[in-house]
Design a protein around this ligand. Sequence first.
Ligand code: SIN
Ligand code: FE
Length: 305
Amino acid sequence: MHRVITIPAHPASSSHANALEFCHQLEAGNILLFPQSPIALTAEDLAFLRGLEHSHRSLHKNLAYKPLQDRIAGAKLASDDPAASQRLLHILRGYSRSTLQFLTEFLSPYTTRWQVDYASFRPLEEQGRSLPLHKRNDLLHTDAFPTRPTHGARILRFFTNIHPTQSREWVVGEPFRTLIPQMVPATTPAPRADGSLQRAVRSTLGRTPLGRAWPALRRSPYDQFMLRFHDVLKENADYQTNGQHTAVSLPPGSSWMVYTDSVPHAVLSGRFALEQTLLVAPEAMVAPEESPLAVLESLAGHRLV
Ligand code: SIN
Ligand code: FE
């Protein structure tokens, strides 16, 4: 079962032993919460970010910053308002760099073994957004990126709630390792349980990947499964209502991180969050047996990447 592990004031010098323990806690499906974010943002930048959505009606979704290209995805804001776009770029670049710098020490066992993925600004109120089922973030799901297969790398996300007064309200469920056996129909006799799940895993894996048309999209069997699992959870009304889950309040000014590929999560309300995603190499795991890749490979009985 997951826990929220609160890290009161982040230690000035974190030892390697601490860092190892934090990696363990994350890999076991816990959320690490910093009630006071270790990432500094100026009052002016915060005010700018909070004002952005009001002044730009075209901002109808999250904004992604691509650190490796040092640019913000989508040209709408840039063409509408080049000055605002430049300032936003500056702020997101700063957030991304500060977060990476912080994590380099805080999670030292992972350092140099991650790929820096996108950062994002989430300006919209999450409550009452009207989105198609598979895009809804208020339904429990594990993350998988349709356009960025990870080939077994883990999706680690670091969030910061920059709303001045309001908590971001999440719900989280038990992690992949204990969840996946329950996705087998309850009627399946125990000794056969693995067999039927194995068949389900295999049939999902059998689908033809898009990768033939676009090599960057080439998905491993692992990626195929994780994408499908994201949808399966959102489609499962019984799991959404009756599955084991708990409410987690993420206070204004806090940061938190979690492996969102294995911890089912949903955001019910809140607006104004910043986020940085890292793809951590499977070899960097301190408890490799907890990873979705290891769990699936042991069920499938063969390599999936
Ligand atoms: C998500 O990853 O599902 C959204 C989380 C959030 O924006 O708080
Ligand atoms: Fe998600």
